[in-house]
Design a protein around this ligand. Structure first.
Ligand SMILES: Nc1ncnc2c1ncn2[C@@H]1O[C@H](COP(=O)(O)OP(=O)(O)O)[C@@H](O)[C@H]1O
Ligand SMILES: [Mg+2]
Length: 334
């Protein structure tokens, strides 16, 4: 397990704490384009650990003079946003240029001086030696201004991200890699998913179905039993995945078409997005009755009719799977 040694820190230095820091947020002076939004960074700090059972006379001492044990911690944070400002190009100068339609390059103004600040959200803190297995505690005191921030190693990130799960391969579902650190695998606990609830919420096109499919594949690989209710057929493709081929069984809901009155079936067909013309509608009842008569034959007779209709339509699947009292029969018959 790695520790935040000096070597690591200088190797992976990203910036220096500036301005006001709080236990929830701090700001980093960074070099241009060395850091991106959502990056994970760390700052090492030393905290005095208050002692519950300290002698009374010591409790009354000023804080700095107490002989409190010093704890070395690593503060974890995520880059929330990045701000750029050129202090030598004040807003007033910009307004002047705009008012006079002047290109800044035609002036003596400095355009290259920039201050880039990364605003970082504190995620929590852990002992520097990582001895709590990646579990982050609340940070109760802000990190020190002028501290150096660094990019933690992949192992450290994995420890914080996965915790126990790192050592529980049998229940760890491998679902992704970290967006800014492709070498770090993101896993979720299969047991947590099956014993609790999981919702995947995002905008259309954000990747919900994709994520769900990945979770399902991973759960299948770890032999979790799975039942999928799939009204839109989003997951039928799972049966074609090589590793799942022999293990997926598909069940189809069957709408008992011929137990309904023709009007109901017309309404259903139209709700599927197929507007019937008046001629269709007037002929529908006859078709409906015809198809119903076709399907309610004695088994031998039904087999003969099935083969005939299969041949007539040049559709061998009808003969192979047989006729079923469903909308497909109605369509074939039509
Ligand atoms: N993790 C991913 N990696 C690469 N492409 C992805 C990923 N997740 C989603 N996509 C792409 O985005 C598209 C939309 O994803 P999808 O899961 O269908 O979104 P949603 O269900 O949220 O509407 C997919 O067709 C795929 O091309
Ligand atoms: Mg979807």
């Amino acid at each position: 397990m790695s520790t935040g040694s000096g070597q690591r820190k200088t190797d992976h230095y990203v910036g220096t704490l500036v301005g006001e820091s709080t236990s929830r947020e701090f700001r980093l002076a960074v070099a241009r384009e060395t850091i991106r939004e959502q990056d994970l960074i760390a700052v090492d700090a030393e905290m005095r650990r208050p002692q519950e059972n300290a002698p009374v006379e010591e409790k009354s001492l000023p804080f700095e003079e107490k002989s409190l044990p010093v704890e070395k911690i690593r503060v974890w944070a995520k880059v929330q946003r990045i701000e750029r400002i050129n202090p030598l190009f004040p807003a007033e100068a910009g307004h002047e240029l705009a008012a006079t339609h002047t290109d800044p390059f035609d002036t003596v103004l400095s355009l290259s001086r920039e201050m880039v600040t990364a605003v970082c959200q504190v995620l929590g803190a852990e002992p520097l030696d990582g001895s709590t297995g990646g579990k982050l505690d609340h940070l109760r005191y802000p990190p020190q201004p002028a501290s150096s921030a660094y990019r933690p190693g992949s192992e450290d990130i994995a420890r914080v991200l996965l915790g126990d799960l790192q050592h529980r391969q049998r229940r760890a579902l491998d679902i992704a890699t970290l967006s800014n650190r492709a070498e770090v695998d993101v896993k979720v606990d299969g047991h947590s998913i099956v014993t609790r609830h999981l919702a995947i919420l995002a905008m259309t096109g954000a990747g919900k179905s994709w994520t769900a499919r990945r979770i399902i594949e991973q759960m299948a690989e770890k032999n979790y039993p799975i039942v999928i209710f799939d009204p839109h057929g989003d997951y039928t493709g799972l049966a074609e995945v090589e590793s799942l081929k022999k293990r997926v069984r598909r069940y189809y809901a069957r709408f008992p078409v011929f137990e309904q009155v023709p009007e109901t079936v017309i309404a259903m067909v139209e709700s599927l997005g197929w507007q019937l013309a008046n001629t269709h509608r007037s002929l529908f009842e006859d078709l409906f009755q015809g198809a119903k008569t076709l399907i309610t034959a004695a088994p031998d007779e039904l087999r003969a009719r099935t083969e005939w209709i299969s041949r007539y339509l040049g559709n061998e699947k009808i003969a192979r799977y047989g006729l079923k009292p469903d909308l497909f029969l109605l369509a074939h018959f039509t």
